[in-house]
Every structure is written in C-alpha cells, then in structure tokens.
Design a protein around this ligand. Structure first.
Ligand SMILES: C[S@@+](CC[C@H](N)C(=O)[O-])C[C@H]1O[C@@H](n2cnc3c(N)ncnc32)[C@H](O)[C@@H]1O
Length: 211
C-alpha cells in the first residue's frame, strides 16, 4: 500500500526548485502537472497539503538554511511537515535527529520521497504531537500551521505549556529581527501579503523566533 501511495505521489508531482530554498529539490504539484488544473473530482488525493510548499514553510526552511547554528546537533521535530522541506533543511544543517511529523500519511510518504531526493536521512511519524511534552526534542519547527484561528489557539496554548517543560523563550536579538525581516521580504515575492503567510514558528529549548 505504501509503495502504491509513493507511486501515485511520484506520478502526480514534478521535481521543483522554484521556491525560496532552491538548494532543495522537492516533488510538488507544479503548473506542469495535470493536477494543477484538474477539477476537484479528478484529484486522487484528499486535501493534498503536502503537494505544495507553503509560504510559512518556505520562510522556516530558508531561515534554517541561512542559520546553521540554530539547528546543528539539535533534535528536531517538524510538526505538520507537509512536503518535508523543513525537515530536509534541518537534516542538511546537521541536526542530530530529525522527525518529520504529519497526521496525513501521504505527507510523511512525500517527505520520505523528498528526503531521498535530497540525500538526507530523516525519521517520520504520523503521531499527533499537539499536547505532548516533546522531551526528546530540542527544537520544534512549525511552518504554515496557523491558518485556522481555532487550531492556531490550540497550537499557541500547547507551545506556551512547553515553556514550563524546558522550551524557553528569550527576546529576539537584533540580528534575528533583521534576518526575519529579510525572510519576510523574500517571501513577499511569492506571497503578496503578510497575512497569507499563515505564520511560521521556531521553538528552541534556549531560543524562540516567532511571528
Ligand atoms: C499548510 S500545511 C504546511 C505544510 C508544510 N509545513 C509547509 O509549510 O509547506 C499544514 C500541514 O499540517 C498538517 N497537520 C494538520 N494538523 C496536524 C497535527 N495535529 N499534527 C501534525 N500535522 C498536522 C496537515 O496535514 C498539513 O500537511
């Protein structure tokens, strides 16, 4: 069954570097794919979030690739990994361990396919980590998951609870602010308004950068 899903994903996607992290090649639904213009009843996937590389995820992965020190030797959990770009970026920046997590099985299979394309090893999981203590991780990546107000509130409540179990926040440094502004500037080229970013978030045990 998993092989069938992988074949289906490969059949309906194309390798792409046309995004903010061209160092990474990702199988996505691109304008060259028939699915791009298909009608809803012709799409063989239900809600294929993994088939697109969302602006918040692009900004997260770009930031990781530009700031190796925040991820090197860290144990990283990428919540809602979608196509897996955040996980792949973390693995490339020498994270000690990377788990790409998504409750959609298709997303973790897409993440596996994309990790192989980029020659990095990552683990995957379909567990629901929201609410978990995450003691086995140092860094949590959340790219483009604040698209729904109710879900965003649940996420923030959980993230705040994590500060009690060791995930600390500290004020952003001027450097982080500058880099973040530049990430947003780049993202604005593919997404015309900040509102469309759906938010991005990095949480570290010793540092947080948040929007
Ligand atoms: C908008 S996509 C973002 C994907 C990727 N991070 C990116 O930016 O390209 C949101 C993803 O979150 C996943 N998701 C939703 N609820 C989740 C949960 N409770 N735990 C893990 N993943 C979840 C969805 O299946 C989807 O793949």
């Amino acid at each position: 069954m998993l092989k069938d899903v992988a074949s289906l994903i490969i059949k309906h996607t194309a390798p792409s570097r046309r995004h903010l992290t061209p160092e990474l090649v990702l199988r996505l639904v691109t304008p060259s794919c028939p699915l791009w213009t298909a009608k809803e009843d012709q799409v063989p996937f239900k809600d294929p979030f993994w088939a697109f590389y969302w602006p918040g995820g692009q900004a997260t992965a770009r930031y990781i690739l530009d700031n190796e020190e925040i991820i090197k030797n860290k144990r990283v959990l990428d919540i809602g990994c979608g196509c897996g770009a955040g996980s792949i970026a973390a693995a490339k920046m020498q994270a000690k361990r990377v788990v790409g997590n998504d409750i959609d099985l298709y997303a973790v299979i897409a993440t596996k396919i994309n990790s192989q394309l980029n020659n990095v090893a990552i683990e995957t999981s379909t567990d629901n980590f929201i609410g978990a203590k995450c003691e086995e991780f140092d860094t949590i990546l959340i790219g483009d998951m604040f698209y729904d107000e109710e879900f965003a509130n649940i996420l923030f409540e959980w993230l705040i609870s994590l500060t009690a179990s060791g995930f600390n926040r500290r004020p952003r440094s001027p450097r982080a602010d500058k880099e973040e502004a530049s990430a947003y500037h780049s993202v604005s080229e593919v997404s015309s308004t900040r509102r469309e970013l759906h938010g991005k978030l990095w949480v570290h045990r010793d540092c947080a950068v948040e929007t």
